[in-house]
Every structure is written in C-alpha cells, then in structure tokens.
Design a binder for this molecule. Structure first.
Ligand SMILES: [Zn+2]
Length: 478
C-alpha cells in the first residue's frame, strides 16, 4: 500500500532544514488577530502564505470578508482559498487552518522572544504560532513541495482554506463557508475534510479526534435594592441578592460533578460497547491528570471514567459572580445586583434549545422556593453545538493507516472537552466527514507562554499529512 511513501518520507527528511526555515519566517510575523493595531501584520501574514502557496504552483484567491463587526474602520483579514491539482480522476480533500495567532509579549513570562523561532537542545521550537496553527498550515505546503522535489505524483486534489481570525472567534468565516461550499462556490466538491488545529492527548502517541463538546453559557441575575448598601445599616432589614444567588448557584451541581438540574442527564446518549472499546488502550493515566491539575483533586479514580467525563458526558461549571465584592480585605457591602455565570459543556444528544428551557425552569423553581422579594432573570449568553463524527469512516481509516506508517503505532481515538466551532460548520456546509488530525503534542502550550512545536512533531507531522493524502486516495469509500 502506498509504496511511493518511502521516497516522500526521505525527501521530507532531506528538506527538513528548509521547512523549519519556512516556519521561522512565519513565526516572525506577529499576526495577532485580537489586537486592531496588529491587523497589518495579519494581512502581511496572509501575503506571506499566498507567496508560499504560489511558489509551489497552487492557485490562490484572497477573499475579503468586509469590515469587522463592531469596528467599521477595521477590515477583516482575507480568507485564503488555494487549490493544488485539478484532476477529475482524483479525490478532493478540503483542509482548514488559521494563520493568525494569540497575543504574546516577552514580558508575559516567555523565556525567548515570542516572534523569533528559538530551538533548544531538546529540539523544541519555541515561538508564538509554532504549533497553533502555523506549523500545521505550512505542513500542507511542505507536503506538496516534498512531493515535487521527490518527483512523486500528488495523490489528491488539495483544496486549502486558511483564515486569519480564528483566535478572535472566526469572524465572518461561517457565512463564507456556507456560501462557498454550495455548487459553484470555491469550496465546493470536497470528498472529505481534514482540520489540523488540535493536539495529541499526550506526547508520544498520535491521535485522531472524532468529537468535541459544545457549550451553553448562562447568566443568572438577581437584583433588589436600588443601589449597593452598607450591612451595618441595612443588614437584617433588606433581602440580599447575593444570599439568593448563592443558593441558586449551589443547586446546579454537586461536589462530585453530578449535574442537579432534572432532565439534563436524560438527554445524554448511552455509552455503546463499540465506544467503550476505544478507551482502555488510550495512552493516558491518572498521573497525567494530576500533573495538569497540579493536585490530586480528581472527581473519578480511574482513567477511562475520567476521559469519558471530559469527552462524552456533560459537565457544569460555575465561573464567577459579576457585581459581587471580590477583592482582598473585609468590605461590608451588600451588592444590589449580582450576576452568576455558569456553563454546561454539552454532548450528544443534548438539544441546545431544550437544555435552555430545562435550565431556565430549574433556576426559576429554585428561586421561587426561596420566597424572596428580589427579582430574578436568567439568560443564555452564548451557545456552541457539540460535534461527533464516526471514527469508522474511511477518512479516519485512511488517517489511521497513515499514523501507523509514519509512527509504527495505531493512533488513539480521542474527543476533546472543548469546542472548535468551525468543525461543525464544515460538516454542515459540505455534508462530508470531518477528521481532526493533530500535529502538535499536549505539552505545546498553545495560547500560553513558551508555545512550542517539537521538531519531531513538525517533520513527522509533514510526513503524516502527506501519507494521509495517499491513503485517502486509495481507501475504499463506504
Ligand atoms: Zn488554533
């Protein structure tokens, strides 16, 4: 199977220095999407990518998205849509990545300049965007180039969609994808979709990701007095919003993570035997959890239950209280109006609207039982849906074979506890299977200080992306 891969792998090793140089150039551009004054750098990054894509013979279009919502003076950076190959006899793979990055300043605590790729003695390549998501984006370009240099036929038509606003909520992208995935659109005609923008569960074993939790975020506001009061004067004579709010928040979830809102767990899909079989082999231990927690305060005692709790069961977290006294010292204020914030991470088959109704009813019932004269208001602040794909789809089979070929090991099939909203947009807009194929490892510190990508993950990752395309080309469609 896929015998041409040996020559391709050899070429990737030969060109490794060049590919690292390309990453160095990309990291040097501080394409921070969240900071308006950096917008020219985000645009400069799109130009850099455009040049790189053209240099390997891809056709590129930069699609403007118009002004940024809420900032009429600020143009959104373009979505780059590139194509390599247009052979009717080959399958077409649509890949997504983003060329913007999170903010970074050396003074945040970085050990090196965040926008200078710095390689240490362990071959860790530090720099903002190295793993999230410039390494993977360049990975596709490098894969094409290595095929050319080794004179190996590229196995598929590659359609690439690279955006510049991912770290700021992918402004404008959802509509673009829905429009362009239709007949006649520039993203039409993909057989499968692949996104490389997440991470291995650990550091040694690659994984394929087939599910993400969604998130419904709520605010519950309780108000009473016309202004903040002094407890020495009004304590004992006024009903206090904070007292009511603490009781309402206290009714949502217990110490062992059990959601106390009636009806939520009834919507959760049962664990199937097939699903259960995916867990025991997964490279993860309770010690891994304790290390990332920085404590041993886990809810569950075993690995499988812990991973299921993170990936395939809902969870409810209480985040904070707006309007409450939160500083040091002993202020004797009675806050007049407080808003508690909590969210539920959602999973199949929780319906978002139904969940909202259940949550609202519960909160109102609990408040009514208090017999308070205060006023309660509960609202959904934002909602993003969960996503789950079939890990048995041929797209995943192809990726699994590629992992085995490159790393000599079968991948873990994982989900993520968080969300990547664009995943579900691609699935809905194209109607095709979406695979999450990570390049970086769990220790890469994306979004944090000292973000890095290991040389091994980058170079073997380029091999993996290329190998995946070969197996996609020959995998039996089901
Ligand atoms: Zn990312």
């Amino acid at each position: 199977m896929a015998p041409q891969l040996d020559g391709y792998f050899k070429q990737v090793d030969t060109s490794a220095g060049k590919f690292i140089e390309r990453l160095r150039q990309a990291v040097a551009i501080p394409s921070i999407s969240a900071e308006p004054q950096r917008r020219p750098d985000v645009v400069r990054m799109s130009k850099f990518l455009e040049e790189q894509l053209k240099s390997i013979g891809a056709t590129v279009q930069a699609h403007p998205l118009g002004p940024q919502p809420g900032h009429p003076e600020l143009e959104l950076p373009p979505v780059l849509v590139a194509r390599y190959g247009n052979d009717k006899n080959k399958r077409t793979v649509l890949v997504y990545g983003h060329y913007d990055v999170q903010p970074a300043e050396k003074s945040d605590g970085w050990n090196s300049e965040p926008f200078e790729l710095t390689i240490d003695e362990k071959d860790r390549m530090f720099g903002r965007g190295s793993t999230d998501d410039k390494g993977p984006v360049l990975g596709w370009i490098n894969a094409i180039q290595a095929h050319q240099e080794a004179n190996i036929d590229f196995p598929v038509n590659l359609m690439m969609c690279f955006e510049g606003m991912e770290e700021y909520g992918s402004e404008g992208l959802e509509d673009f994808i829905h429009k362009e995935a239709k007949q006649g659109g520039v993203l039409h005609g993909a057989d499968v979709v692949c996104i490389s923008d997440n991470y291995w569960l650990g550091t040694e074993k690659p994984c394929l990701t087939y599910g993400l939790r969604g998130c419904n975020y709520y605010g519950v506001t309780i108000s009473g007095p016309g202004q903040d009061l002094h407890s020495g004067v009004f304590g004992g004579s006024a009903q206090e919003p904070m007292t009511d709010l603490v009781r309402v928040l206290g009714s949502l979830v217990d110490t062992h993570g059990q959601i106390q809102i009636p009806g939520v767990m009834d919507m959760v899909a049962p664990v199937t035997d097939e699903e259960k079989d995916l867990y025991p082999g997964i490279a993860y231990s309770m010690d891994n959890l304790f290390e990332s927690l920085g404590s041993k305060t886990s809810i569950h005692e075993d690995k499988d239950r812990t991973l299921m709790a993170r990936w395939r069961f809902p969870s409810l977290s209480v985040h904070g209280i707006e309007g409450a006294f939160a500083g040091a010292g002993a202020k004797t204020v009675i806050p007049a109006k407080v808003t508690g914030k909590f969210s539920i991470r959602t999973v199949p088959n929780i319906e978002s609207d139904k969940l909202d109704q259940i949550v609202f009813k519960h909160v109102k019932d609990i408040f009514a039982k208090l017999g308070s004269k205060n006023t309660l208001d509960v609202q959904l602040i934002h909602a993003g849906p969960w996503w789950v794909a079939s890990p048995k789809h041929w797209n995943f089979e192809a990726a699994g074979k590629a992992v085995e070929r490159v790393f000599g090991i079968k991948p873990d099939f994982t989900r993520e506890g968080g969300s990547i909203p664009i995943t579900i947009t691609f699935e809905q807009a194209t109607g095709k299977n979406v695979l999450l194929l990570p390049m970086g490892s769990s220790t890469d510190a994306a979004h944090s200080i000292n973000e890095k990508l290991d040389r091994r993950n980058y170079i073997e990752g380029i091999k993996l992306l290329g190998a995946y395309l070969h197996y996609v080309a020959e995998e039996k469609m089901d």
